[in-house]
Design a protein around this ligand. Sequence first.
Ligand code: NAP
Ligand code: ZN
Ligand code: ZN
Length: 349
Amino acid sequence: MVATLGYAAAQAQAPLAPFHFERREPRAQDVVIEIKYCGVCHSDLHQVKDEWGGSMFPMVPGHEIVGRVVKVGAAVKNFKAGDLAGVGCMVDSCRSCPSCQEGLEQYCEKGFVGTYNGKEKDGKTITYGGYSNSIVVDEAFVLHISDKLELSAVAPLLCAGITTYSPLRYWKVGKGQKVGIVGLGGLGHMAVKLAHAFGAKVVLFTTSAGKTADAKRLGADEVVISKDPQQMKQHLRSFDFILDTVSAPHDLNAFLALLKRQGTMTLLGVPDKDPSLKIANLIFKRAQLVGSLIGGIRETQEMLDFCAEHGITSDIEVIPMQQINQAYERMLKSDVKYRFVIDMATLKD
Ligand code: NAP
Ligand code: ZN
Ligand code: ZN
């Protein structure tokens, strides 16, 4: 077994604290990774607080993992000791359903195995995530990381990056389109960078007026304060595509009104309560309201390679492990610029 130290919540709402546990002995296909950095996603917070129900405790969150391979099983083909490696939101899936066969493991019909707060395919072993010093993962779910980019700033690509890259690609966002990004947090700031890199005209919607200059620096052509009805009105019926990354309940109708005929609004945020919908906003424009979940392993590698080629990383604030509970408090106040990343070298009892 691999003795591991992490930070865990003992029960719902509990502050995170040091926690010792064991990872499985590496199997033939497994890669053992020494974790260097782990990003802090708002999903970690939702799950620690059990806002979606069914959380399993103790919980070691973390699914934006980067580190170095220290050991590989006998059958591993694509990694060797010393390689940089990444792990995102999934560590396994059934691998045989139509979704898995298409490389869309996130939509596995049997349910993918989450990196934490999930159960392994044996149906009983609880998974523990990246707020820890090591992880053991089947190589099929491990990503290659370029050494061209700052490693700490790559970590958030493993969730915030792929979760925004996948819908922007699927709905073919690019040149000649006007695209709205709602919320400038972890996901939102990656969406601004990527939509800009794909050539779209990018409008950022925020509730935080203080983020305007940053949004422009990150790639937004225009910034709209979404609480100001006058500013919102100027954009009526003008968007091809809107990507909503907001983590809390909010009014979707105000944004649906901004879509053009046949425009698409994609939801990424998972607030604890579902919003109400004015259906006429869709019917009278043949508009589409859709959702999207992270991205498959193949597409995650494609996104990492795209980011390495174009020099795209996350804007981060590195924190020691001991500051995770304060980081959660700040995240709740939308005070993140624009992703917290834990430096695992600081992890101790
Ligand atoms: P985050 O860093 O906390 O950013 C969320 C942003 O939403 C905030 O920075 C804020 O931006 C805005 N916001 C917060 N409260 C708001 C409110 N009451 N009204 C309007 N805007 C508000 O969170 P994140 O890590 O990017 O995650 C965002 C959401 O996506 C979470 O619900 C998370 O669980 C979910 N998620 C989904 C997937 C998926 O696969 N679909 C993957 C990862 C995460 P402004 O200050 O600019 O307004
Ligand atoms: Zn996430
Ligand atoms: Zn499957």
